[in-house]
Design a binder for this molecule. Structure first.
Ligand code: NAP
Length: 240
């Protein structure tokens, strides 16, 4: 059953992981999906897979912390159909892992800024269109680290915690103007974000990216008189 036909969804970090799975599932429901990330080959592969399954997909290579490149991507997305109905702010990365006492200041700031700036800039660029339409939905993909303290993850967690307050404030600002703003806070998900180094929790006990995507789609297909607001999602067996 197609429930999102005619809607356009912009997914940052749509080249792989949670973003790619979300794009595939939104496309299955009939949405036209627009993927934004930096790695062209992954964007192309995900878009090709969606098209091969009968969906509509476009992609733009951009770093979400680069306002100029991101503006071009958003304008490109708007040029496709003229509207933007869904934004999934999903791009993110983990760096600057380790205790605060030995952290490297420039790497720490880069991690905090990189994770937060894209969320703000993409929202800032998309929001006027949604408000003009009087209709729109935004899901911010945050992390359980936004709300619980994990030693060694300070820069990433501070960015996600700021993203949570950003979500709450934006929801308050626009909820009476037709725009629904939500956040999902997953625990450990089995994606490339964990890298290949030592000390990674057991991958088989993590959540599948397709499960997180399914929940994001459920948030986006909640009846319009309700909002999921904030959704915490933990691995059933409790890794993170
Ligand atoms: N995996 C987990 O355990 C977990 C748990 C909670 C929350 N999350 C959150 O879920 C989101 C998706 O992560 P994932 O687990 O799916 O990781 P992933 O597989 O590494 O995917 C991250 C995506 O974000 C893109 N990205 C990263 N930095 C970007 C930038 N500056 N500009 C544009 N695109 C950028 C990446 O593409 P490029 O590198 O090609 O740009 C990639 O497409 C992130 O926000 C992450 O913090 C993940």
């Amino acid at each position: 059953m197609e429930t999102l036909t005619g809607q356009v969804a912009l997914i940052t970090g749509g080249g792989r992981g949670i973003g790619a799975e979300t794009a595939k599932q939104l496309a299955q429901l009939g949405a036209t999906v627009v993927l934004v990330a930096r790695t062209r080959a992954q964007l192309e592969a995900t878009a090709d897979e969606i098209r091969a399954a009968g969906g509509r997909a476009y992609w733009f290579a951009a770093d979400v912390s680069d306002e100029g490149a991101l503006r071009e991507a958003v304008q490109g997305a708007l040029g496709i159909t003229g509207n933007l109905d869904i934004l999934v702010n999903n791009a993110g990365f983990i760096q600057a892992v380790g205790p605060i006492e030995t952290s490297e200041p420039s790497e720490w700031w880069r991690t905090l800024e990189g994770n937060l700036k894209g969320l703000y800039l993409t929202t800032r660029l998309v929001l006027p269109t949604m408000l003009e339409q009087g209709r729109g939905q935004i899901v911010n993909v945050l992390s359980i680290a936004a709300a619980r303290a994990f030693g060694g993850l300070s820069a990433y967690s501070c960015a996600k915690a700021a993203g949570l307050m950003f979500t709450r404030i934006l929801a308050k600002e626009v909820r009476k103007r037709g725009v629904r703003v939500m956040a999902i806070l997953p625990g450990a998900v089995d994606t490339a974000i964990w890298g290949t180094g030592e000390g990674i929790p057991e991958r088989e006990k993590m959540i599948r990216p397709s499960s997180v995507a399914r929940l994001i789609v459920q948030m986006l297909t909640t009846p319009p008189d309700a909002t999921v607001d904030e959704l915490w999602v933990l691995p059933q067996e409790g890794v993170l």
